[in-house]
Design a protein around this ligand. Structure first.
Ligand code: AMP
Ligand code: MG
Length: 342
C-alpha cells in the first residue's frame, strides 16, 4: 500500500528519462519549480544509437546521476512524494532500464509510481518554461517529429513524419559526412554550424503529403549529393536544413490556420536550432500568434520534463501500479488523457 508523503518544505516528484541516448533525472516541486535536472548522454563509438549499449550506459550511470540530482536539489529520498518515469515511446532496452530504477525507488520508498508519456512531457516542459498555455506545438527530436495541439482531453496529432524523425535525418547526414558527436555538441548542432557557412540552395526532395511529411527521400538525395562531390558540405547542410525545416514549418502553419490557436511552441532536441526557430517565428507572426521555444537545457531529452509531467498526472490521480508498469515502445501522444488541461 503506497503512502503519500509531504515534507515540510513541500512535495517533490523525481522523474527518470531513459528513452534513447540520454539518461536523465530531474526533480520538480509540485508548484512547478525545477530543483534539479541532471543527465548523462551515451555517445556511440561509431554509428547510431545501439539500444543495448545505450541501456548498459544508463544502468552504469544511474547511480551517479541520481546522487547528483538529489544533491543539486538539496533533498533526501525520504522527501519525495512520487517517482515518475518515461514509460514510452522509445527504445525498449533503454526504457526498461529507467523503469527498473523507478520501480526500485518507488518500492523501496513506498511511494507511488507515475508512468509518463515522453512526448507529452516535451510539450509540458515547454509550456511550463515559456508560459505558453494552449499552443500548436512542433515537437522535433532524434526519434519524433509531430505537430500537436490540445483538443477534447488529449493532444491531437495534426501532422507527423511518415518515416524518420527530423533529428535523425540531420544526425545520419552528419555521420555520412564524417562528423562526430561530441559531448555538448550534438550532430544537429554541427550541421547548423556548417549550414551557417553555406548559402547556395541545392534542389532536394520536398515531401509534404496532406498534413504529414517524409524525410527519408530528402536524406537519401542529400547523401547522394554529398558523395557525388559537386556541392560543398556547407551548401548541403544549408540546403538540408532549408528543405527539412520548411516542410515541418508548412505543416505547423496549416495546423495553426486550422485550429486558430494563438500560440506556437517549439520543443524537443531540434528546438535548439536557430534557423528552425526563425522560420517558425515568421509563421507565428503571420498568424498573429505568439512564438515560444523551450529553453536549451530542457530541449533535449531530460528528467525534469518527466518529473514535472509526473506532478501533473499525480495531482490528477494518475498513478501506475508497479505490476502493470510495462514500458510502451510505441505509445502515441494522442492515446494519453491529459486531465490537467481544461
Ligand atoms: P532528443 O531526441 O530530444 O534528445 O534530441 C536530440 C536530437 O536533437 C538529435 O537528433 C540532435 O542532433 C538534435 N539537435 C540538437 N541540437 C541541435 C541543433 N542545434 N540543430 C539541430 N538539431 C539539433
Ligand atoms: Mg536524446
Amino acid at each position: 500500500m503506497s503512502k503519500i508523503r509531504k515534507s515540510e518544505s513541500g512535495s517533490y516528484c523525481l522523474g527518470i528519462e531513459s528513452s534513447a541516448d540520454d539518461f536523465g533525472i530531474g526533480i520538480a516541486s509540485f508548484n512547478g519549480e525545477i530543483l534539479a535536472n541532471q543527465s548523462d548522454c551515451y555517445i556511440p563509438t561509431e554509428g547510431g544509437i545501439h539500444p543495448r549499449e545505450a541501456a548498459r550506459h544508463h544502468a552504469e550511470t544511474a547511480d551517479k546521476v541520481l546522487r547528483q540530482a538529489l544533491n543539486k536539489a538539496g533533498i533526501k529520498p525520504s522527501d519525495l512524494t512520487c517517482i515518475a518515469f518515461s514509460q514510452g515511446p522509445g527504445l525498449g532496452p533503454c526504457l526498461r532500464t529507467g523503469a527498473t530504477v523507478a520501480r526500485a525507488l518507488a518500492s523501496y520508498l513506498q511511494i507511488p509510481l507515475v508512468g509518463v508519456n515522453h512526448s507529452v512531457a516535451h510539450i509540458e516542459i515547454g509550456k511550463l518554461k515559456t508560459g505558453a498555455k494552449d499552443p500548436v506545438t512542433l515537437y522535433a527530436s532524434g526519434g519524433n517529429t509531430m505537430v500537436t495541439a490540445y483538443e477534447s482531453g488529449r493532444y491531437r496529432v495534426f501532422g507527423e513524419t511518415l518515416d524518420i524523425a527530423l533529428g535523425n535525418c540531420l544526425d545520419v547526414f552528419a555521420r555520412e559526412a564524417g562528423l562526430k558527436h561530441k559531448q555538448g555538441v550534438p550532430l544537429g548542432a554541427a550541421v547548423e554550424q556548417l549550414a551557417a557557412g553555406g548559402g547556395r540552395l541545392v534542389s532536394l526532395p520536398y515531401v509534404v503529403k496532406g498534413m504529414d511529411l517524409s524525410l527519408s527521400g530528402l536524406l537519401t538525395a542529400a547523401t547522394a549529393q554529398l558523395h557525388g562531390g559537386n556541392c560543398s558540405l556547407e551548401d548541403l547542410c544549408y540546403s538540408l536544413q532549408e528543405h527539412a525545416f520548411s516542410m515541418v514549418s508548412e505543416v505547423t502553419e496549416r495546423a495553426l490556420a486550422h485550429t486558430e490557436k494563438k500560440e506556437v511552441l517549439l520543443t524537443g532536441g531540434v528546438a535548439a536550432n536557430k534557423r528552425l526557430q526563425s522560420m517558425l517565428n515568421v509563421i507565428a507572426e503571420e498568424h498573429a500568434a505568439k512564438f515560444s521555444v523551450v529553453p536549451l537545457q530542457y530541449a533535449t531529452d531530460n528528467g525534469a520534463m518527466i518529473a514535472w509531467t509526473g506532478v501533473l498526472a499525480f495531482q490528477h490521480g494518475l498513478t501506475t501500479p508497479i505490476d502493470t508498469s510495462y514500458v510502451r515502445l510505441r505509445w502515441r501522444v494522442d492515446k494519453v488523457d491529459v486531465p490537467w488541461i481544461r
